[in-house]
Design a protein around this ligand. Structure first.
Ligand code: NDP
Length: 492
């Protein structure tokens, strides 16, 4: 097969792609060599700002197939009938590491889904854990600073992490999950996904329900211990990409069972815990998970950069039938995610092919950098209201009001809030082996941090369960003994 002709970006044929244009046989290069200049200039612009959090990611396309009817809770078109299939994109990620970080590191994993529905894109920007470290977005930038590099040493700082966590006991639930077996999955297909926040559903008659989303792995949970992961990282820093990309290439498509927990609107004021607090789960016995459908990944991206690096997910992308909740962390993300995308990708990031909805898009937004798509059908209708048959609002998409007393007040969400009970429920689910690994993982992560911070954190663990605190204390003592016995580097 004859090859295509190489061209410049303006489409002109490139006559020579081996020799730059010079003044003579031994140089120098002439400035008129626009092909060389174009090539070098493009190379300088091959990187865009990496995400401050969730920089390293892996993703693929797939479908959601509805297997159970939940249309009495929501009018969302994606759930309108049994057997309905909706195209989707998932990007998995780690939180703290930069773009070049190793995949098999202990960290929370992002689990972001973009459903390309008939009424616009619905993004569920979740994690592989049902809770998060904090419940108020005012603490988010500080928390992320503790996960990133120290300003002077330019290294990650266990002292900063444990200092922050021990001063923020609401983090204990997520910290316990992070240092448990599930904190280090073997690959994306072996972990659950959770919407984490409370969202809402609203149905055709305007009734609202609060909802939590769950995606249960159908491959089974598989995790690495710290030892196993360090061996994997020694062999490959891209183990997740290998596992996920490889499985889909082989036709071994990963699947998850999608479930929801549903809470009637008025019950939100009666639960003993705040159902909008991101550090809490809804116990399954109170709100049993309901099956919804099967999510499958079955197509790898053709261009990683264009389809995964430039994929932009935002909790602000909801569709009729799905709404937000008073969760403060969710509300901050509704602002923060589109803000990050405008900075990283530019004003028209939603028009990039991977982000563009599959349904028609009609806005009156105008101009701006990289306005690469054409006018709406009628160019005279470029403002609203107008007399030129331009697009108009659709009152049928109006969401019912949120009926929560005191909505909009600045409450104290720390005083009297139990940060220990649900962690205890989780600790009690662990068998002896899981408890032992949890305690050693925590002890290993505490190496070298000030004793005062260790004691503060042990005080929190004691409130969860005496075995939790004593387990970490014993693991710390064991590590100290091992370190004392080990020959120093200088002696080797
Ligand atoms: P359940 O006994 O019904 O616990 C349900 C959840 O715990 C299941 O989703 C299960 O996930 C998960 N789970 C079981 N074993 C482990 C483990 N070793 N590590 C992590 N998660 C595990 O009780 P509750 O609903 O009252 O929850 C008890 C605790 O379980 C909570 O405090 C929370 O920490 C944790 N949890 C609860 C979830 C919820 O939505 N209620 C969701 C996930 C965790 P799976 O089915 O995949 O095995």
């Amino acid at each position: 097969m004859a090859s295509e002709k190489l061209t410049t970006t303006a489409g002109a044929p490139v006559p020579d792609n081996q020799n730059s244009v010079t003044a003579g046989p031994r140089g120098p290069i002439l400035m008129q060599d626009y092909q060389l200049i174009e090539k070098l200039a493009h190379q300088n612009r091959e990187r865009i700002p990496e995400r401050v959090v969730h920089a390293k990611g892996w993703g693929a396309f797939g479908t959601l197939t509805v297997t159970h009817d939940i249309s009495k809770y929501t009018r969302a078109s994606v759930f309108s009938k049994m057997g309905k299939k909706t195209d989707l994109l998932i990007r998995f990620s780690t939180v703290a590491g930069e773009l070049g970080a190793a995949d098999a590191e202990r960290d929370v994993r992002g689990f972001s889904i973009k459903f390309y529905t008939e009424e616009g894109n619905w993004d569920l920007v979740g994690n592989n854990t049902p809770v998060f470290f904090i419940r108020d977005p005012l603490k988010f930038p500080d928390f992320i600073h503790t996960q990133k590099r120290h300003p002077r040493t330019n290294m990650r700082s266990p002292t900063a992490m444990w200092d922050f966590w021990s001063l923020s006991p609401e983090s204990l639930h997520q910290v316990t999950i992070l240092f448990s077996d599930r904190g280090l999955p073997v690959a994306p297909q072996y972990m659950n996904g959770y919407g984490s926040h409370t969202y809402s559903f609203w149905n055709k008659t305007g009734e609202r329900y609060w909802v939590k989303f769950h995606f249960k792995t159908m491959q089974g949970h598989r995790h690495y211990t710290n030892r196993e992961a360090s061996k994997v990282i020694g062999r490959s820093r891209e183990s997740y990409q290998e596992e996920l990309f490889g499985a889909i290439e082989r036709g071994d498509f990963p699947r998850w069972r999608m479930q929801v927990q549903i809470m009637p609107e008025v019950e939100a004021e009666k639960t003993p815990y705040n159902p909008f607090d991101l550090t809490k789960v809804w116990p399954h016995k109170d709100y049993p998970p309901i099956d919804v459908g099967i999510l499958e990944l079955n197509r790898n991206p053709d261009n990683y950069f264009a389809q995964i690096e430039m994929a932009a997910f935002s909790p602000s992308n909801v569709v009729p039938g799905i709404g937000h909740s008073p969760d403060k962390m969710l509300q901050a993300r509704i602002f923060s995610y589109p803000d990050a995308h405008r900075y990283r990708l530019g004003t028209h990031y939603e028009a990039l092919p991977v982000n563009a909805p599959k349904c028609p898009v009609h806005t009156y937004h105008k101009d701006g950098a990289m306005r690469f798509f054409p006018n709406m059908p009628n160019p005279d209708a470029y403002y609203e209201p107008n007399s030129f048959n331009g697009p108009v609002q659709d009152p049928s998409a109006l969401e019912p009001p949120i009926r929560i007393s005191g909505y909009g007040t600045r409450f104290n969400h720390y005083e009297g809030n139990d940060d220990y009970g649900q962690v205890r429920a989780l600790f009690l689910l662990f068998d002896q082996g899981q408890r032992q690994r949890l305690c050693s993982n925590i002890a290993e992560a505490m190496i070298g941090i000030p004793q005062e911070i260790i004691e503060r954190q042990l005080g929190h663990l004691q409130k969860v369960h005496p075995d939790y605190a004593s387990g970490v204390r014993q693991a710390l003592a064991r590590l100290a003994e091992e370190n004392a016995a080990a020959p120093s580097v200088a002696a080797e």
